[in-house]
Design a protein around this ligand. Structure first.
Ligand code: ADP
Ligand code: MG
Length: 729
């Protein structure tokens, strides 16, 4: 029988029932729910004069500037809609560098000229806000200028309403900048990078002879993994509460080895929770589509249909928030950490990426006509070049303390960035590369604009699950993204590196044409030489194997094994040039983001170290000593009675040794942690101290404690065990 607190938790959990939504699913169907809380196209059309509606659409689709008069009209319509939905307050909703979202509410209440109280919302208040946001991380950017930043309306992402028990709030997606225009958030550079991608893609399309496309935008579908464990257990795990992961926990007799959870039937409490999650997200206009049990026990996944990247990024932030909130209502704690439990799979966020034209064509869709083929091959070439030239940036974009437990740990992609194309598409690349040589053999030569592509398989079974960047039929899946992180940075990087490569290809094609080559010849030559130079990035084999590590090294591909190694690659001259030439991030903005990432890493490890120390010293050691005292008392009494206690003495000695080992590991961790905390030097050195000194000391404490968990009386063990948290729903 476990300790009282643990036992109470189990009793509470056994009594739980699936929780019903406030409105029955038959009373409020999908049609009623979809976009109920979004000020979307339909509402705008209904509430705005025709001309105003059309110019707002123009702003959204073509980025034209917004007339102040129009802002007043929109604000008023938005307010009327929000009031009709029960809102009393509005907030500029933004995404500071914490990786979370931020909001500060204001009510619509105001005095009019005659001193009466009215509900008002002006265009000025819609367009610009001045939260006192001086406590957000700025990486040193703001200190030199102004403590405050301002928020600016992003009309490309629809406003929405957040409902709570006792009211509703209108949320307006915004970008967050300093007074001197520096980006202090993830949204601003995301919007800038999407713009850079748009103009580079259009340039390429024009060179390929397309004069119809007006705009191109990146598309994104983010598959989200998460864990659900009962709240009663989470409340007894200070490590989970403070760090999002268990810092202790012996391996349970059964983990995920039977593979019986993946796609299994969903338990009644969990499906009720998932159903409400879907309903809440539909209300917010998030097009969630799939839900299922994942590989690890208590692990699940949800995926939306893809959208414009900028909107999909907002939607993923909302998804994480709704997951957490609805889970709580259902008596669960939703864990979004990359590795809540050791020894079983962690969680990621597959970032499905492509680009679409305003006509809805997918630019990574292999075509059926020679012209479409040519377009596909050019965009594919751009992807391969991007990933090869900027593998470092992709790696940094997913580097943080939580993800270090996943990448390279045989459950997620390795830390080496490579591209999986599959056999057929790799053959196409081969034949393009061998171009002139193969021209004699004719057979394998692929003439762009003339030959047809072979039919590519789109069978899910053909997939390589070990690749960090895989072609999956008509899009690429960047699989190294962590489950808890904002997808802002990975997509800022993806958009930027694609813009860079498309611009490069456009320059080269242009040059070749000016030198007299026909369009087809120019494209063929540029594609050939680019693929030749970057084909080393293609790898279709097993990314978990040692051979790949060796092979990758021979190919000159980098392997940044952890966050600290990766972060050193962020602010290099190459990357400064990339981001500043695309107007995505200035050198200063880039540098400040590097600081913030280092700081976040140091803080995360410092908190883990403190939590480890606290739990080990004040919960685990006392429990083990109580157990030892019980044993020694019993043994002494037995001896007095002349009983043989050889084995009992042996087992008491094991507990005693275990406690000694743990105490000495605790002492080491105290020293290590003080050393890392007090480290004076560069941020990079500070982070290294956490990685090289604090983490190993933490690991040693955990191992010693986990040994004790298996031998100390279960009655005395203070922390809910893996076997309880993972299997009791
Ligand atoms: P898969 O089985 O390859 O994972 P799915 O159709 O289930 O394929 O898609 C997974 C995710 O990829 C979904 O979120 C989906 O919306 C997204 N996706 C599909 N097509 C695109 C695209 N063109 N651009 C971006 N994301 C896409
Ligand atoms: Mg997928």
């Amino acid at each position: 029988m476990p300790t009282e607190a643990r036992r109470d938790a189990v009793v509470a959990i056994m009594a739980r029932k699936p929780v019903a939504s406030k409105t029955g699913y038959l009373d409020e169907t999908f049609k009623d729910l979809w976009c109920k809380n979004v000020f979307g196209d339909e509402e705008m059309r209904k509430r705005l004069p025709e001309a105003a509606y059309r110019s707002l659409k123009g702003c959204v689709e073509h980025g034209t500037a917004l007339d102040p008069l129009l802002a007043d009209l929109v604000a008023n319509a938005m307010k009327d809609w929000a009031l009709s939905r029960g809102a009393t307050h509005f907030t500029h909703w933004f995404q500071p560098m914490t990786g979370l979202t931020a909001e500060k509410h204001d009510s619509f209440v105001n005095w009019d000229e005659s001193g009466r109280l009215i509900m008002e919302f002006s265009g000025k208040a819609l367009v610009k806000g001045e939260p006192d946001a001086s406590s957000f991380p700025s990486g040193g950017l703001r200190a030199t200028f102004e403590a405050r930043g301002y928020t600016a309306w992003d009309p490309t992402s629809p406003a929405f309403i957040k409902e709570a028990e006792n009211g509703a709030t209108l949320c307006i997606p915004t970008a967050f900048c300093s007074w001197t225009g520096e980006a202090l958030d993830k949204k601003t550079p995301l919007l800038r990078s999407a713009e850079a991608l748009t103009s580079a893609a259009i340039r390429v399309l024009r060179l390929l002879g397309d004069d119809k496309v007006e705009s191109v935008y990146p598309t994104l579908g983010a598959e989200q993994e998460y864990f659900l464990i009962d709240r009663a257990f989470a409340a007894l795990r200070p490590d989970l509460l403070a760090t999002g992961r268990t810092l202790f926990g012996a391996k349970p007799p059964k983990g995920q080895e039977l593979e019986d959870h993946y796609f299994g039937s969903i338990s009644p409490r969990v499906i009720a929770c998932m159903q409400e999650i879907d309903r809440e997200l539909w209300k917010l206009g998030v097009p969630v589509k799939t839900r299922h049990n994942e590989v690890a026990p208590a692990q699940f996944e949800l995926a939306p249909m893809f959208e414009r990247t900028t909107v999909a990024t907002d939607h993923n932030m909302l998804t994480m928030e709704v997951l957490r909130q609805v889970a709580t209502r259902h008596g669960f704690t939703c864990l979004l950490h990359e590795k809540p439990f050791s020894g079983i799979n962690g969680s990621g966020k597959h970032n499905n990426f492509s680009m679409a034209t305003n006509h809805g064509e997918n630019l990574l869709e292999p075509g059926s006509t020679p012209a479409e083929n040519m377009r596909f091959v050019v965009f594919l070439t751009a992807v391969l070049r991007s990933v090869d030239v900027h593998a470092d940036l992709l790696r940094v974009s997913v580097a943080h303390a939580g993800n270090d437990h996943r990448l390279g740990a045989n459950e997620a992609p390795p830390a080496i960035i490579s591209v999986y194309l599959g056999e057929q598409l790799s053959d196409v690349v081969q034949s393009l590369v061998s171009g002139t040589a193969a021209a004699e053999t004719k057979k394998s030569f692929m003439a762009l604009g003339v030959s047809a592509l072979p039919k590519l398989p789109r069978d899910a079974t053909d997939r390589n699950r070990t690749s960090p960047f895989a072609f999956t039929g008509n899009k690429f899946e960047f699989r190294a993204v962590g489950s808890s992180q904002s997808i802002g940075t990975p997509n800022i990087v993806l958009n930027s590196i694609m813009a860079d490569s498309l611009r490069f290809l456009a320059d080269e094609i242009d040059k070749a044409q000016k030198a007299g080559a026909s369009r087809n010849d120019a494209v063929q030559r540029v594609v050939q030489s680019t693929l030749k130079q970057h084909q080393r990035i293609i790898f279709n084999g097993n990314g978990y194997s040692q051979e790949w590590q060796d092979d990758a090294k021979k190919r000159g591909l980098a392997n940044y094994r952890n966050t600290v190694d990766a972060l050193a690659q962020w602010d290099t001259p190459k990357n400064q040039t990339l981001f500043s030439s695309l107007n995505v991030l200035t050198a200063k903005e880039l540098e400040s983001r590097g600081h913030i990432m280092y700081e976040a890493y140091c803080k995360a490890i410092a908190i883990e170290a403190q939590s480890t120390l606290g739990l080990a010293s004040s919960s685990i050691v006392p429990a083990a000593m109580r157990h030892l005292s019980m044993m020694t008392t019993t043994i002494a009494a037995a001896k007095v009675s002349g009983l043989v206690v050889k084995e009992q003495e042996r087992s008491a000695r094991a507990v005693c040794d275990g406690i000694e080992t743990l105490l000495s590991a605790i002492r080491d961790l105290e020293g290590a942690s003080a050393k890392a905390d007090g480290h004076h030097g560069s941020l990079a050195d500070h982070a290294k101290a956490y990685r090289d000194v604090a983490i190993p000391a933490m690991t040693a404490v955990r191992s010693a404690a986990d040994v004790l968990e298996d031998i100390v009386d279960d009655d005395l063990w203070p922390l809910p065990k893996y076997r309880e948290m993972l299997f009791l729903h």
